[in-house]
Design a protein around this ligand. Structure first.
Ligand code: SF4
Ligand code: SF4
Length: 357
């Protein structure tokens, strides 16, 4: 079945007010509010951007979507989860502070802004997934408990998944740190020997007794590791990390199954906006201003996260005149996530593009 993807084109590097006007029209014409009923708690999932990054979706655009949700009778909450890697977004306090510094304040958005602390059990929900890779998905409770979900995504390239779109924003972005680790590295973190001081802080926090000291340095027993990710923030010396390049060969399939788990109770209650503006080689986790790889294209909107990602990819390829994301990430075929998402019934890679002029 072909699902409709609405497309509001943007030419060149239009100023924010002009893009906002295009977005307002897209919100009106796409019927995004049909997924919201009066009294719904509506969670808007986005990425607040790492410190120094400038690719994230502008707060004024998020505000427009939040206000539309409120007009439909919903109670909007804007949210993101904490990261696996070290940075300003690794714990809820610093993450929220950075979100505010980037302009995502409750005043500006006219919505609550929440970064759930997934070290607290009440903020975590285990969802039975019964997928090929994911049997139980560990996601932040705020997404599981919401009545409706709106994915707001900056579409761009990605080191491990070729590109990051709606499927990634929901699958990886709604996962707890444990869920992210599972998707990234087939469970176990690694110890960077040259950074390890032998302080044993990781040994103390490991709930599985999977870390022992060998020759004065930490060693992870992958057979015992349960992938909880507690050791990563516990190490002050950044000696525990993931094999970002080599790890997680099935990351895209796992990510799709996580997204399916998040959306399982959101049938007819989810909508997705992809911003093809300031499209960069790497994701918004990069702590620097990554340059554009193609001119701005526009904003896409759909009820189908697979269709909106496929349409985004097709438009980027058409605008670049080549598969620029594959060229920049030659070892990562990003279409794997779409193929698996379609296979498990999340949506369709075939779509009807309705351009809003
Ligand atoms: S916490 Fe870090 S530095 Fe300390 S033993 Fe563990 S890996 Fe080594
Ligand atoms: S991820 Fe969790 S279980 Fe695995 S080594 Fe680290 S603390 Fe231990």
């Amino acid at each position: 079945m072909k699902n409709c993807v609405f497309f509001a084109p943007v030419s060149g590097e239009e100023a924010e007010p002009a893009v906002r006007a295009r977005l307002d029209e897209l919100i009106r014409r796409s019927g995004c509010n049909s997924v919201i009923s009066s009294g719904d708690r509506v969670v808007l999932k986005l990425h607040f951007g790492e410190q120094g990054n400038k690719g994230f979706v502008r707060p004024s655009y998020v505000s427009a979507i939040a206000q539309a949700a409120a007009r439909a009778g919903g109670e909007p909450v804007v949210s993101d989860t904490n990261t696996l890697y070290r940075g300003r977004r690794m714990n809820s306090t610093d993450h929220l502070k950075l979100a505010y510094e980037h302009g995502f304040t409750p005043d500006a958005l006219k919505a609550q802004v929440v970064v759930p602390d997934d070290t607290r059990p009440e903020n975590v929900r285990a969802i039975e997934a019964n997928g090929e890779y994911v049997k139980t998905a560990k996601i932040a409770a705020i997404y599981a408990g919401a009545d409706a979900l709106i994915g707001i995504t900056h579409f761009k390239g990605h080191l491990m998944t070729g590109f990051g779109g709606a499927v990634k924003n929901i699958g990886m972005g709604c996962a707890t740190r444990e869920g992210k680790l599972f998707q990234h590295s087939d469970l176990s973190p690694i110890v960077v020997i040259k950074k390890c001081t032998g302080c044993k802080a990781c040994v103390s926090v490991c709930p599985a007794g999977a870390i022992t000291m060998k020759n004065g340095m930490a060693a992870v027993d992958t057979a015992r590791c349960i992938g909880c990710a507690s050791c990563i923030p516990a190490c002050k010396f950044r000696a525990i990390d993931l094999d970002w390049e080599g790890g997680g060969m099935s990351i895209q399939e796992k990510m799709a199954e996580y997204a399916m788990a998040v959306l399982g109770n959101k049938k007819g209650k989810a909508f997705f906006f992809n911003f093809l503006i300031k499209i960069t080689k790497e994701c918004d986790c990069l702590a620097k201003d990554d340059p554009r790889i193609v001119p701005d294209i526009g904003i896409l909107a759909s009820e189908d996260p697979v269709a909106v990602d496929q349409a985004s990819l097709d438009l980027v390829i058409a605008r670049a005149g080549e598969d620029i994301l594959r060229k920049l990430h030659p070892h990562r075929d990003g279409t794997r996530q779409l193929a698996h998402a379609a296979k498990i019934g999340m949506g369709s890679r075939e779509y009807l593009l309705e351009t809003i002029n």
